[in-house]
Design a binder for this molecule. Structure first.
Ligand code: NIG
Ligand code: FE
Length: 425
């Protein structure tokens, strides 16, 4: 449905551009004090000072009006790394980790990802999609207007296909009004049937799954990790995927320093994600090759691991994105507010860098920076209006949602029930 809308009485804070903001550029936020946003057909036609808006544009169409009451509009958040299609839950594992067990030791004894694979294979499509819609609904309330979703809990043809089809259905479902990007993660773990035969499983993915899923997924991803898919298998898989036209992502250097950052640089992947234990060389190679470093503070927090070296990436001139990693195991949280707080308080990122990382650079991590991720003419009208008039509230309201209105393609898809009438109350 096409929407023409004018958002008036609005402040704006946004990064600008059609590509990732790198290094120092990440803190360059464009501010508008007395702004106006004009949306035609779901696309931003004008965003800037009200006084500078051409009168002809206002006369050209009929509009719906939204009065922002002096509040701050920012680009809708882009959550560029999630695993939100899955059967079952794993709260017991969380309690085991609290008692000292490690994420990898649980995985090695058949729990972890394999346990969600078992639950996903035996779940009905209905169970899975209704859970996903619920999770996505909560994200929209937090201002998310684009989400990436990975497969990776099927690990065979039928179950991976079911996950990818569920992602496509999500994209088309009116009840989940946001942009959805699909990633094929058949190499998330070596399934039980292939235990001890990792290379054969990679051959199977290359031969049978990659060609079949080409129309269903934009990206191919791999859990590049010690004792999962190590460098050689990851490289072989990703090179084959690239040949077939997939864009590349990696789960890299999450648990140990393996050289995933370096591999991402060599392959010129669109993004490498996690990077808690990335080496200096990995940082350098990623910065040089323009690979987006997607950092996932909620996972580090939930696994009680050190946070990824955001400052080192920024100082090396790399583009940093932030995402939630929402999944049933390592990180059962899709909290944008907590991600912001952790990035600012524990990773040393400035509020401006954090905004860029969750908007334009998230879009770049999905190869969509030319279409979304900023409030400027020509971009899709995906916007979050905050309860407040100032960017500093984002981390200050620690772990709490301060989004008042979420707008997707010009349409209001969420409004909070905050009784405060004005940002000055
Ligand atoms: O990004 N580490 C690999 N994949 C996910 C976790 C998946 C799971 O535990 O179910 C991650 O952390
Ligand atoms: Fe992940």
């Amino acid at each position: 449905m096409s929407v023409n809308r004018i958002i008036k009485n609005v402040k704006i804070a946004t990064p600008l551009g059609k590509s990732a903001r790198k290094g120092k550029e990440m803190s360059e936020i464009h501010f508008v004090e007395k702004g106006l946003i004009v949306i035609v057909n779901g696309i931003i036609e004008y965003a800037g000072e009200e006084k500078d808006c051409p009168a002809t544009l206002l006369a050209l169409h009929e509009y719906e009006y939204t009065d922002a009451g002096g509040r701050l509009a920012i680009p809708g958040f882009v959550d560029s790394h999630t695993h939100l299609i899955f059967g079952g839950f794993r709260p017991d594992e969380f309690s085991w980790r609290l008692k000292g067990e490690s994420y990898m030791s649980i995985m090695e004894r058949g729990g972890g990802i394999q346990s969600t694979v078992n639950a996903t294979r035996s779940a009905s499509e209905e169970e899975i999609t209704s859970k996903t819609s619920w999770l996505v609904g909560r994200m929209i309330e937090m201002g998310v207007t684009t989400v990436e979703a990975k497969s990776g809990y099927g690990l065979n043809r039928d179950a991976e296909k079911m996950q990818l089809e569920a992602i496509r259905a999500l994209q088309q479902d009116e009840k989940t009004p946001l942009n959805v990007v699909a990633t094929f993660l058949g190499a998330h773990a070596v399934p039980q049937e292939y235990k001890g035969r990792t290379a054969e499983y990679v051959d199977y993915i290359i031969r049978e799954l990659l060609p079949e899923f080409k129309g269903l997924a934009k990206f191919c991803d791999v859990f590049c990790e010690k004792n999962v898919f190590e460098l050689e298998d990851s490289r072989r898989l990703l090179e084959a995927a690239r040949e077939m036209g997939y864009k590349l992502k990696l789960h890299a250097d999450e648990i140990v320093t393996l050289g995933g950052g370096e591999l991402a640089g060599d392959l010129r992947a669109v993004s490498a994600d996690h990077l808690l234990h990335v080496s200096e060389e990995g940082i350098r190679k990623m910065a040089e090759a323009g690979v987006v470093a997607t950092l996932l503070p909620l996972t580090a927090f939930a696994l009680k691991e050190p946070f990824a070296p955001a400052r080192k990436f920024i100082e090396a001139g790399a583009a940093v994105a932030l995402a939630t990693d929402l999944n049933p195991g390592s990180c059962f949280s899709g909290s944008i507010p907590l991600s912001i707080a952790l990035a600012c308080i524990h990773m040393g990122m400035t509020i401006e860098e954090t905004l860029t990382a969750l908007t334009l650079n998230g879009a770049a991590a999905l190869d969509l920076a030319d279409k979304i991720g900023s409030i400027e003419a020509g971009k899709q009208a995906d916007i979050a209006i905050l309860e407040f008039d100032n960017l500093n509230y984002l981390p200050y309201y620690v772990g709490m949602n301060c989004v008042r209105t979420t707008i997707h393609r010009g349409k209001i898809v969420y409004e909070s029930s905050n009784p405060f009438q004005s940002s000055q109350d």
